[in-house]
Ligand binder design. Sequence first.
Ligand SMILES: NC(=O)C1=CN([C@@H]2O[C@H](COP(=O)(O)OP(=O)(O)OC[C@H]3O[C@@H](n4cnc5c(N)ncnc54)[C@H](O)[C@@H]3O)[C@@H](O)[C@H]2O)C=CC1
Ligand SMILES: O=C(O)[C@@H]1CCC=N1
Length: 274
Amino acid sequence: MKIGFIGLGNMATAIIGGLLREGTVLADGTAVTAADLIGSAKTEATRQAKATQFGIAVTADNREVAAVADVLVLAVKPQFFPEVTTEIRGAVNENTLVISIAAGLTLERIAALFGRDENTMRLIRCMPNTPALVNAGCTAVCPGTGATEDDEALCLALMESFGHAIVIPERLMDAASAVAGSSPAFVFMFIEALADGAVEAGMPRAQAYEFAAAAVAGSAQLVLETGRHPGDLKDMVCSPGGTTIEGVKALEQRGFRAAAMEAVGACVAKAKAL
Ligand SMILES: NC(=O)C1=CN([C@@H]2O[C@H](COP(=O)(O)OP(=O)(O)OC[C@H]3O[C@@H](n4cnc5c(N)ncnc54)[C@H](O)[C@@H]3O)[C@@H](O)[C@H]2O)C=CC1
Ligand SMILES: O=C(O)[C@@H]1CCC=N1
């Protein structure tokens, strides 16, 4: 199976890194190897960097990638889709499974850009995130009406090879893009701020990042493994008259939760405007 990537930027890099990470296997036990992958990017520097980083085939010709790919991942920014789809539409095989990871672009719009019918084109929208690079990704998967059950199973197998993959209806894709695609950026900001607080209290910075990142990762794992309400788990930490509740109050006084909700809302609004 040849998997092609149009675009070798941050997200494609994370996906490729996850697919090729030691021990990553698909549902059928097979492993994706560098020989299965080919990618194109705008610049020679990017192409060479990814060829060196992953040992994959690279080309400047998007049409070459489109022509050989059994699974074609469109990993350019949404604003470049019209240019790229116009360029490759004659080269993409009718039987190629096309996976778009672009935020905001609907199945109908992507099929139309290929001059194809959404109900017959083998097309799936995915919304991955950069923790895919360390097999801790969370990907929303939205099969188009022209995608077969085998297409969905293959797409899930690829996305599950580097983390969680969840099938959702298209009406939730903008929310998924925000809460999972974009949220790592918010979490990185939170980790950085927690570490700054520790540095302010005298902890060496590198150690502060390790403590903050491990505590955030552990807290997320506690939610995922127990299924308990985050508020319940928060209450578990807040000892009566203790230290944590003072921090909770400081966050509430500054609108921490409202800010997080508004961050998600801003991402959803932008996705709908794309
Ligand atoms: N960065 C992230 O965390 C996530 C990004 N995405 C989606 O992934 C897509 C790519 O985003 P990023 O990787 O962040 O962007 P990026 O800017 O890091 O990478 C874009 C890539 O596209 C290439 N490119 C641009 N025009 C091209 C063309 N005409 N032909 C071939 N290659 C071309 C660039 O050379 C670059 O390699 C976007 O649609 C974005 O919405 C989805 C989920 C998460
Ligand atoms: O910022 C963006 O547009 C992309 C989509 C989700 C994460 N990054």
